[in-house]
Write a protein that binds this ligand. Structure first.
Ligand code: F6P
Length: 517
């Protein structure tokens, strides 16, 4: 990052990396009998706060093409990029988002930041906790449902966490609605009893058109269905509390968070209120504890031993040195079905950039396109291309050793067997006399094996990917914390609404056909 990096040394490190010879996975394993151990990391945390027993996740990078030479060259790149100083700035409240003149203090939400930031975050969390507990105790009357309205970073994290953690039980039935397409909101209305429904409006800016339109329609739905004080059923989750009050939310029901927490990094702030409402504050705090364990590992571990940094080495290797344009993530766990969606915003909105932090054009590809799905479903749909297609696609597999279901253990055994088999097959390949039956092999994967897919593990996975994204940005010299690329389309939508502005002939014709403008 600017101010931390030595540009000349970065150029030299990239030149060294471009000269690294590419060994096959078979050659890498043959050359180092201890490769699996050397390329496996474990991040652990206490089973419960204060407990000596630990649980955690194992991350196996052995089936990636990182050789000893590549690892050494990437460590030199990290040094030239000022990775250590950038990381200290991240946790120390330094300006790591220079285009907006901001720090990025999502770490402080789980206790990883300056004492003042952590204290402020803890106070806001305590306030959220009090409201959650008061609602559970009936302070707002009967609350069986919540429609949580938000979009992008104000929806994807809550949707993921609620889907992952409420398989057995939800204290409140939460429906996350993001799309402006009225069908989305109507579907939530059908599932909720208006007399027992809260509306949580989640928006960092409290100006996003989709969210504000959906929020107004939700209030109208309450009023149309006989709720006497619809405004009294609204909780606002925002970094712009004044705007929420102006919009009509009573101050006592505004849960703020700080401006320096980015939208896609905001799950652990008050944006997580619907999650806490659904699973309770203890589970929410367990999620924070898992994230904190990864923060500690990321802060305290150097070079290749640092798992998120090592993941970023893999990402850079494949996008910049092997020309891979995509990265796939397959969760072999229904509870993580929404993880690929979440990671898409985190990684693509953060690192989908074309200029460095100094405004110069980047000298290589930036974020890969993140995509993925759920195993084993995806095996029967898209894995053909992974095994025999012409694209080289690094794959992440994520699975939990402990099952989430109570059915015959055969279900979970078959799930895990398939997960491990896919990684092995992608790597080994298979020759054949029949060209149509050849599996080229030598295809990379990384496997995340969670001891259990619980709240702490989910928090850990999310923090892992936040730090992986940050480490990638540092290695490329770009700013992961702004997102100006989303603004132009919003501005043109406003012009279409007002009919003012110059439109190209194709858009003009489409506007006429759609009855707009
Ligand atoms: O348009 C992109 C974006 O600004 C995301 O970065 C953000 O997560 C989302 O919109 C929602 O913004 P807000 O929380 O301010 O409504």
């Amino acid at each position: 990052m600017s101010g931390f990096s030595d540009k000349e040394a970065m150029g030299a490190a990239w030149a060294r990396l471009r000269d690294v010879s590419h060994l096959t996975l078979a050659e890498l394993f043959a050359g180092d009998p201890a490769r699996t151990e050397a390329m496996t990391r474990r991040i652990a945390w206490p089973v419960e706060p204060g407990s000596a027993a630990e649980t955690g996740m194992r991350i196996d990078f052995a089936k990636t093409h990182l050789s000893a030479d590549a690892l050494a060259a990437f460590e030199a790149l990290a040094q030239a990029a000022g990775f250590g100083a950038a990381r200290e700035a991240l946790f120390g409240g330094g300006i790591v988002n220079p285009t907006e003149g901001r720090a990025a203090t999502h770490g402080a939400l789980r206790g990883s930041g300056t004492p003042a930031q952590v204290e402020e975050a803890e106070a806001l969390l305590a306030r959220m906790g009090m409201l959650v507990e008061a609602i559970h105790e009936g302070a707002l009357g009967e609350v069986r449902h919540c429609i949580a309205i938000g979009i992008g970073g104000s929806a994807l994290g809550p949707a993921l966490a609620i889907d992952a953690l409420t398989r057995d039980l939800a204290l409140v039935d939460v429906h996350v609605v993001s799309n402006i397409d009225g069908l989305a909101l109507e579907q939530a209305f059908r599932a909720c009893d208006p007399a027992a429904t809260l509306i949580a409006v989640a928006s960092k800016t409290f100006t996003t058109i989709e969210t504000m339109t959906n929020a107004a329609s939700a209030l109208k739905w309450l009023a149309d269905n006989g709720v006497e004080d619809p405004g009294g059923r609204v909780i606002a989750l925002t970094a712009a509390p004044d705007k929420a009050v102006e919009w009509g939310v009573d101050e006592t029901r505004v849960l703020p968070f700080v401006e320096s927490v980015g939208g896609r990094y905001s799950l652990f702030s008050s944006i997580g209120f619907p999650v806490a409402l659904a699973v309770g504050m203890d589970e929410f705090r367990a999620m924070l504890a898992g994230a904190k364990a990864v923060d500690d590992h990321f802060r305290q571990t150097e070079g290749r031993a640092n798992a998120p940094l090592l993941a970023a080495f893999c990402d850079q290797y494949y996008t910049r040195l092997r020309g891979c344009q995509t990265r796939a993530v397959f969760a072999y766990d229904e509870r993580l079905a929404l993880l690929p969606d979440y990671l898409q915003q985190l990684e693509m909105e953060s690192n989908g950039k074309s200029v460095t932090i100094d405004g110069a054009p980047v000298d290589g590809a930036t974020a890969a396109v993140t995509w993925g799905g759920v195993g084993t479903d995806a095996q029967h749909a898209v894995f053909q291309l992974l095994h025999q297609g012409t694209h080289l696609i690094p794959v992440d597999f994520i699975a939990s050793i402990a099952p989430g279901d109570d059915l015959d253990p055969a279900h979970h055994r078959i799930l895990l067997m398939n997960c491990l088999a896919q990684g092995a097959a992608l790597m080994a390949g298979k020759p054949s006399d029949d060209p149509a039956r050849v599996y080229p092999g030598d295809r990379p994967s990384t496997t995340f094996l969670l001891d259990d897919c619980d709240a702490a593990a989910l928090g850990a996975l999310i923090a892992f990917h936040e730090h992986r994204t940050f480490a990638n940005a540092v290695l490329m010299g770009i700013n992961p914390f702004d997102q100006f690329g989303v603004e132009l389309g919003k501005a043109i939508a406003k012009q279409i609404e007002s009919g003012e502005g110059e439109f190209d002939p194709s858009t003009k014709a489409l506007m006429a056909a759609a009855g707009l403008g």
